[in-house]
Design a protein around this ligand. Structure first.
Ligand code: SF4
Ligand code: ZN
Length: 311
């Protein structure tokens, strides 16, 4: 890229398409941090004395999340960042990703917490897939998602965290919003984006600080700051529907930069509208384990029961 940085005039190395900014390396770093800071402030994600669990997968999004938060939180000495990786027990894949997460936290001089499926549920994910034995790899993600949310929440409570930060980026979020709408499940947009001001008893609030960074921004930031990350997809990942939506949204974003940001804003309006019209989502306690759930028995207990029956 031959023209100068929009901020300082030096040699630009990156074009952030949706803001039309050409950026040199230092300005790419600074504007990335500034964008995240702005998202945090706009959505009132953190408070000065927060203990923040940062969910690290070993992949690029959460690696950039931790690196950026590490820099922002230097200005808030009373806050604390706790990186946490969940080891689902996926042979070959998670071991590599865990190594990347360890390298990252070591480079930032932080201690990595690790929680494993088989410690909490007695089964690694590979075994769950085996026990089901129906050859349906598709099922792995539905088990994994439910169990992972539980491990994250349990670990956050145990670590005394005020909030959990995850590495969802702009592309992920826009895809999820459109997928929920196309499935006729708009209420899910509101349910999965609760603000900290409306907590549910028993759930540690979740926030997405890199929500307004595109996947391209994240790759560029990770590359230019030489951040270690693991870039191999999970062997169980079968995301045909999401891939279709991704291709479509990428084409739209390319044609009309700013489309993804507009979808995020629409998602916020939908959430807000649900909050105003339905005062609370009903959560009771699971009759088996006592964790919060909208049903009588929570999904985790239902799944574990199903596995035991098949074993
Ligand atoms: Fe779990 Fe599916 Fe993600 Fe793999 S792709 S880590 S199985 S949710
Ligand atoms: Zn339960």
């Amino acid at each position: 890229m031959s023209s100068g940085c929009s901020k300082c005039g030096k040699n630009a190395i990156y074009l952030r398409r949706y803001t039309a900014e050409r950026l040199c390396k230092p300005c790419l770093k600074q504007t990335t941090i500034d964008r995240v800071r702005k998202t945090i402030n706009r959505q009132k994600m953190f408070r000065d004395e927060d203990k923040i669990v940062v969910a690290i997968s070993g992949g690029k999004d959460s690696a950039v999340l931790l690196d950026v938060l590490h820099q922002i939180e230097k200005n808030y000495p009373r806050s604390e960042l706790i990186p946490l990786t969940i080891d689902e027990g996926i042979h070959g894949y998670r071991d590599e990703a865990l190594k990347a997460a360890r390298d990252l936290t070591k480079s930032l001089d932080m201690k990595l917490e690790v929680r494993r499926f088989d410690d909490l549920f007695n089964y690694p994910l590979d075994e769950i897939v085996n026990i089901r034995g129906d050859g349906k790899v598709l099922g792995a993600c539905s088990y994994c998602g439910v169990l992972r949310r539980r491990v994250l929440n349990t670990a956050a409570k145990e670590l005394g965290a005020d909030v959990v930060a995850t590495g969802h980026n702009m592309d992920d979020e826009a895809q999820t919003i459109i997928m929920n709408m196309m499935r006729g499940d708009s209420i899910r947009i509101a349910r999965t984006n609760r603000s900290r001001e409306r907590p549910v008893k028993g759930f540690v609030p979740r926030v997405k600080p890199v929500l307004e960074l595109s996947e391209r921004d994240i790759v560029a930031y990770a590359h230019h700051r030489s951040i270690p990350y693991h870039d191999v997809p999970c062997p169980y990942s079968v995301e045909a529907y999401r891939n279709d939506i991704r291709d479509f949204l990428n084409a739209m974003e390319h044609k009309r930069p700013g489309t993804l940001t507009a979808i995020l804003r629409s998602g916020e309006s939908v959430s807000q509208a649900f909050v105003e019209t339905s005062p609370s989502f009903e959560f009771g306690e699971c009759s088996v384990c006592g964790e919060p759930t909208p049903a009588k028995v929570c999904k985790v207990c239902q799944l574990l029961d199903e596995i035991k029956e098949k074993e």
